[in-house]
Design a protein around this ligand. Structure first.
Ligand code: NAD
Length: 313
């Protein structure tokens, strides 16, 4: 009987003792991703083509063409939340169960979004680099207090950002057509925005906390940037595909918006030639949103338990 589990996320290793024991105690054999990077489609097929019943997947690709070749696959457990790297429709058709580690990294990503607001608002990375390179220069920044923060997406991460922003005395507005937690808005004094055009025009900072779908892909584009305040900052800790990066470059160079800070990019890592990286008013971190001791441990244990629940059900 097939009993192998493929585990792709690199960061699993630091907390693997407990997780591997959970799997082995239930009779499963583990195949690790030893490449030290995200696996390619061919590499996944090579490891999981036969005998693999479960995959714990990071951001490695699982399109239909890969799923169809993993003959014994019964369950996929996402190490994390965003499932845009998995063809969920094809998985369903093939009878492969899928689950994600909801509620494990929302605090970490929310904290990073707030950190990026300070980083771009006060030019912290550029200033630090200047000082280390021997220049005691100062670039004027902006306060967050009293600024209007427009959150697009009010799910688990959006709410963590909202709570913290209220603590910073910002004015917070959430645009999310599917939002239902009115009690949250009342409890924290947060506004609900029903007209996204208003949010574009009035926000001092816009922070993205929605998934990528065919409808949301590149919805931050030149048309939207032209409606934003020229002093506005864009924060993106969600997915690079939400932003048209060429249009963002033009908007930053032409002063249509003042700055952008992202933890994600359309192609990770970006190439050295990526022109956005040449701009002082653009910050990029290397998809570290969920990369904290606390979130990694929770993601490892939750994704392992989710896989066991699906396979042993
Ligand atoms: P979530 O599912 O809890 O919340 C997403 C919210 O977006 C939902 O409330 C949904 O109603 C809303 N939404 C959907 N379509 C929308 C639209 N068109 N306009 C406005 N709102 C819309 O998800 P989450 O855990 O809060 O994650 C949010 C994003 O963060 C995802 O894209 C996820 O991939 C990303 N993420 C990034 C990292 C990282 O390391 N940087 C880590 C975890 C998650």
């Amino acid at each position: 009987m097939s009993n192998k589990i493929l585990i792709t996320p690199k960061s699993f290793k630091a907390y693997k003792d407990k997780a591997y024991l959970m799997l082995r105690e239930n009779g499963f054999e583990i195949i690790e991703n030893t490449l030290g990077r995200t696996m390619t489609e061919d590499e996944i097929i090579e490891c999981a083509g036969e005998g693999v019943v479960g995959i714990i997947i990071g951001i490695d690709p699982l399109p239909a063409s890969v799923l169809e070749k993993c003959k014994d696959l019964k369950a996929i457990s996402k190490y994390g939340v965003g499932m845009d790297n998995i063809d969920l429709n094809r998985a369903k058709e093939l009878g492969i169960k899928v689950n994600n580690a909801v509620g494990t990294n929302n605090v970490s990503v929310g904290e990073l979004a707030i950190g990026l607001m300070f980083a771009i608002g006060r030019n912290i990375p550029r200033n630090t680099a200047d000082v280390k390179e021997g220049r005691w220069d100062r670039r004027i920044g902006v306060e967050l207090t009293d600024k209007k923060l427009g959150l697009i997406g009010g799910g688990l991460i959006g709410k963590e950002v909202a709570k913290r922003a209220i603590g910073l005395q910002m004015k917070v507005s959430i645009f999310d057509p599917y939002f239902t937690d009115e009690a949250f808005l009342t409890q924290y004094g947060i506004e609900r925005c029903y007209d996204i055009e208003e949010l574009y025009k009035e926000s001092d900072i816009i922070s993205l906390h929605l998934p990528v779908t065919k409808d949301t892909k590149e919805f931050m584009n030149k048309d939207v940037f032209s409606k934003m305040k020229s002093s506005a900052l864009l924060i993106n800790t969600s997915r690079g595909e939400l932003v048209n990066e060429n249009d963002l470059y033009e908007a930053l160079v032409n002063g249509e918006i003042a700055g952008a800070a992202q933890d994600v990019f359309s192609s990770e890592p970006p190439t050295k030639e990526e022109k956005l990286l040449t701009l002082d008013n653009f910050i990029l971190t290397s998809h570290i949103g969920a990369f904290t001791n606390e979130a990694v441990e929770k993601m490892v244990l939750t994704s392992t338990q989710n896989l066991l629940d699906m396979l042993l059900a």
